[in-house]
Design a protein around this ligand. Sequence first.
Ligand SMILES: CC(C)(COP(=O)(O)OP(=O)(O)OC[C@H]1O[C@@H](n2cnc3c(N)ncnc32)[C@H](O)[C@@H]1OP(=O)(O)O)[C@@H](O)C(=O)NCCC(=O)NCCS
Length: 203
Amino acid sequence: MRIGRTSTLKSSSSEVGCGYSDLSFTPFKADAAAIALFDCGNDELNEFLRTDEVMEFEREHLGKTTLVYCRGELAGYYTIYADSLERTYVGSHGSLSKASTMHVKSIPAIMVGRLAVDRKWQGRGIGKAILERIAMYAIDDSHHLGIRLILVQARLDAIQFYEKSGFVAVPADLRGEAKRIKMKGTRTLFLDIDKIREALERE
Ligand SMILES: CC(C)(COP(=O)(O)OP(=O)(O)OC[C@H]1O[C@@H](n2cnc3c(N)ncnc32)[C@H](O)[C@@H]1OP(=O)(O)O)[C@@H](O)C(=O)NCCC(=O)NCCS
């Protein structure tokens, strides 16, 4: 995963392009006209923005939603909150081998609760840019708060999208995970932000 300004967004020749510098990230506001038009192809993710649920999450500090605009048009959004992953789920995975031997029950994380890009803007790198933005936050926040992972419970048809940004799926045969796949149709994936930090330090 490459961070921030280094990101390359793809533009379509037939429609207005959207480079990273065209994106703006705005804390949730009731932008009713734009929200009414927003369509990522998933009703539950569209509806979340249209009901009071999003404001309740904001007020109760249960999740923070950011609207992502491209040249003034609502192109996507994401909701994040603090969470953790049981240590047994990461096992002794690569860069986490040291952490997995330490006396911690779970690894602190930022959970990507929701992430959606409007159909008009899909396939142009905006989803990837959003993940990079979240990784940037995680690295900044980790200076004053223990955060090691970015987590997501991904729909099965979005797993590859996360894997392309370096996320790793937890083993499917773990008891809790096997149940999640069967009951909810989602997989748990994580990204170790220390790997990004190290890559940035090498640049
Ligand atoms: C999944 C979603 C967020 C991806 O956003 P996007 O802006 O279209 O994705 P990007 O253009 O940044 O894609 C980045 C890479 O992932 C790939 N990718 C994107 N969506 C993918 C998918 N569903 N399956 C496999 N690969 C996918 C792209 O081809 C691209 O690969 P490349 O770097 O090799 O070119 C978007 O399609 C969406 O909102 N879908 C509906 C809601 C949803 O499924 N949200 C996720 C809930 S867990």
